[in-house]
Ligand binder design. Structure first.
Ligand SMILES: [Zn+2]
Length: 496
């Protein structure tokens, strides 16, 4: 049972999917007028985890995210650099995908663009005019009439008077009501335009998401997501347009999930304050998986503060998890090579037997807690804390194993593979350890040959009573984490 906080009802609800085996999601995408900033990246990482989790539960997931590829800001940016809106959009969409790839965000099923959805947008505006929810001005602008829809304001929970008190209203005598918003803007001199029954122009911002979700997900779909800053007016307007055009006040998204704001050093992010952190810039300092883990170590609805010191903490935390990942892979390799189980030395009868039985019980319990956390409004912060708990015990087990404190039995091989599977399941939902640079595998055979050479040089030094060289070899190996043991049968070596 999954519970989600629905902005529409302002409470946590039991999630009931529209279809038995498929989840449909629409998330508002970016306006590619500049490089994506870290605050804008947050919803995409959050939805990526939600998608992964539903997929893990066996659902087919259909995920749509748009690009507002033509708008005032893009046109302004193009004019400034003396290029075209197409060039500005294409360049920033490319940067966006590079950033998302680094953050392990999987691709959406479709990325509709305004410029490619014009037919559907125009058709929806025509429907709204025909049904009396929109009106055309003499200059070709088309406005949505907020007074024509008694439900306007149901998402943000605000009445028209309250909205007007909070908004900066441009007095426009031609509009029927100050809160009416543009569905179509007539073309101004030198601006890109499309032909329509209302004249040459281009769409207002909100209508695209209504037209796109209808095109790709139908009249009803499960989730609509985006940042909390989109609740009003963007999502409010999407609901109004869609439900009036479809003619069903229960149509459109069934659950509205909004992620909290991201601040930089506790200040609300804005380009004017100079704290404009792009994902592109952050990735120069931190690996993508560390950034991803950072964004997910806070539940998506909570505000999140971004600071370099906090990122450094996450880097350390990530490395702890990465150590467990490496250890579990090393164990799996040893199991495959048949070298995991070692015979216990005769003289050390006091050595405890394996702890693997306890470890797998812990892993199963933590996986169940991990799922409970995800089921509770996708609480990745809590889920990740269970992963750390498992990591601590895995690292302890491995260190005891390598130092010879414990000697695994044959059955422990299966148990440790199961522990590894659980750890990897958690990692695959959180979406880490997918983008690790290939490390050169340690060649056990080669290491053995090299160690035999070093040991024989030390033996030669000892025979020649060159204690300085013999001790230097022993001490420096110890610093490197290798212990030499002199036994009657010869010299053995082991990892410290
Ligand atoms: Zn939208």
């Amino acid at each position: 049972m999954i519970q989600v906080y629905n902005t529409m009802t302002k409470r946590k609800e039991i999630f009931k999917p529209l279809k038995k085996d498929e989840i449909s999601i629409y998330c508002c995408g970016i306006t590619p007028n500049k490089s994506t900033h870290i605050g804008n990246a947050r919803p995409f990482v959050v939805w990526d985890v939600i998608r992964r989790y539903f997929a893990k539960l066996g659902y087919k997931v259909r995920y749509i995210q748009n690009f507002t590829d033509v708008d005032d800001k893009i046109i302004a940016a193009a004019n400034k650099e003396n290029s075209t809106w197409q060039e500005v959009s294409a360049r920033n969409i490319k940067i966006y995908f590079q950033a998302m790839d680094a953050l392990n965000v999987r691709r959406a099923d479709f990325y509709p663009k305004v410029s490619e959805t014009m037919t559907e947008i125009i058709s929806m505006i025509e429907t709204l005019i025909n049904k009396g929810y929109a009106y055309k001005l003499d200059n070709g602008d088309v406005y949505y009439s907020v007074e024509a829809n008694k439900n306007y304001g149901k998402l943000s929970g605000r009445k028209l008077e309250e909205m007007m008190a909070g908004a900066r209203i441009e007095v426009d005598e031609r509009k029927r009501h100050p809160m009416d918003f543009a569905l179509w803007k007539s073309a101004k001199e030198g601006e890109p335009f499309w032909e329509s029954p209302f004249g040459k122009g281009r769409p207002g911002w909100h209508i695209e998401c209504s037209a796109m979700s209808l095109k790709y997900l139908g009249e009803k779909f499960d989730f609509h997501g985006g940042g909390a800053d989109l609740i009003f007016p963007h999502h409010e307007n999407e609901i109004a347009q869609s439900q009036c055009a479809i003619g069903d006040e229960n149509s459109f998204a069934q659950y509205w999930l909004h992620n909290g704001f991201l601040t930089i050093d506790n200040q609300k992010m804005s380009s004017s304050e100079g704290n404009f952190f792009t994902v592109e810039d952050i990735l120069k300092k931190f690996p993508g998986e560390v950034v991803r883990l950072f964004l997910l170590q806070t539940q998506y609805r909570s505000p999140l503060d971004f600071a370099d010191t906090l990122m450094e903490n996450t880097r350390t935390a990530y490395n702890r998890l990465k150590t467990s990942y490496d250890y579990l892979n090393d164990i799996a390799k040893r199991i495959e090579a048949g070298t995991f189980v070692k015979s216990k030395p005769e003289k050390s009868a006091m050595i405890t037997l394996s702890q693997a039985g306890g470890l797998v019980e812990l892993a199963e319990r933590l996986m169940s807690s991990f799922e409970d956390a995800m089921n509770d409004d996708f609480n990745t912060a809590l889920a990740i804390s269970y992963m750390f708990e498992l990591s601590r015990d895995v690292n302890g087990y491995y260190n005891d194993y390598i130092s010879g404190k414990i000697y695994p039995r044959g059955t422990d091989a299966f148990i440790m593979l199961r522990v590894r599977e659980i750890f990897m399941d958690m990692a695959s939902i959180i979406g880490i350890f997918e983008n690790i640079p290939e490390e050169k595998a340690v060649d056990d055979e080669l290491v053995n040959k090299l160690m035999n050479i070093i040991i024989s040089i030390r033996q030669d030094a000892r025979s020649a009573k060159n204690w300085a060289v013999a001790d230097k070899i022993r001490d420096e190996l110890k610093t490197a984490g290798i212990i030499l043991e002199d036994t009657p049968q010869g010299v053995n070596w082991k990892n410290a």
